[in-house]
Design a protein around this ligand. Structure first.
Ligand code: CA
Length: 234
């Protein structure tokens, strides 16, 4: 008898999940809000591909069971005419960068290793996966003769560029204590507006990988062999 009861309950739950379609919203306002929160936290922020057109993060991915739960939540929300209002903040960005000649990259004070590209080779773009909540990108470049420059862009997973190297960056010729940290104050005589050398694509470098075409080659203005450049988000 107990087994039959469990089976019936299970069938009822399955029936409810699969038939919750349009015009079938029976959630109280409180429960609806709770479900929206769950949808954002457990589904969209975990890379669930929304069929309601909501933006979702890239990683980590959900397993089969999780996807099934999210689909059920989504159907329920759809039946309640739920519309995505704001895109969720991406979990990660892609930083593409290079410099002539040797590059060291920091995000919020921590040195980063590229997932692709070689820090010693200016001809190859270096690719970094960086946190969606990053504040400060800091790039140190050592010039070893000939022309010098730093070139970089940051994009969302979908390829939309959110920032490039240009005169919005600040550069100096001295390594100052804490210069890679987001709290660092770019004051005094050392930190100046980055000097723009020219647009991505210019000679002698040409086009480097998939760095944005809007990016400019920059350097600290006195043309010292050492350039420390940084950008902080508001
Ligand atoms: Ca050089």
């Amino acid at each position: 008898m107990a087994t039959v009861f469990v089976k019936l309950t299970f069938l009822l739950i399955v029936f409810e999940l699969t038939t919750a379609s349009a015009n079938d919203c029976n959630l109280s306002n409180k429960k609806f809000k709770k479900m929206v929160k769950k949808y954002k936290q457990k589904c969209l922020n975990r890379g669930f591909t929304s069929s309601l057109g909501c933006a979702s993060s890239s990683a980590p991915k959900l397993k089969k069971k999780g996807k099934k739960k999210c689909s059920a939540i989504e159907r329920k929300l759809e039946s309640c005419n739920y519309k995505c209002k704001e895109p969720t903040v991406p979990d990660a960005y892609i930083l593409r960068a290079t410099c002539d000649n040797v590059m060291t990259t920091y995000i919020d004070g921590a040195e980063q290793q590229p997932t692709s590209g070689n820090n010693l080779n200016w001809g190859a773009e270096k690719i970094f996966q960086i946190s969606g909540s990053f504040k400060t990108i800091a790039i140190y470049c050592e010039d070893q003769g000939g022309p010098e420059g730093i070139l970089a862009s940051v994009e969302e997973e979908g390829g939309e560029v959110i920032l490039v190297t240009d005169s919005s960056w600040r550069c100096g010729s001295e390594e100052q204590q804490g210069w890679t940290e987001s709290e660092f104050q770019e004051g005094g005589e050392v930190w100046k507006t980055a000097g723009e050398i020219g647009k991505h694509g210019m000679v002698p470098w040409g086009v480097i990988g998939k760095i944005s075409g809007e990016a400019k080659w920059i350097w600290e203005e006195t043309k010292s062999p050492n350039s420390y450049c940084r950008f902080t988000r508001q």
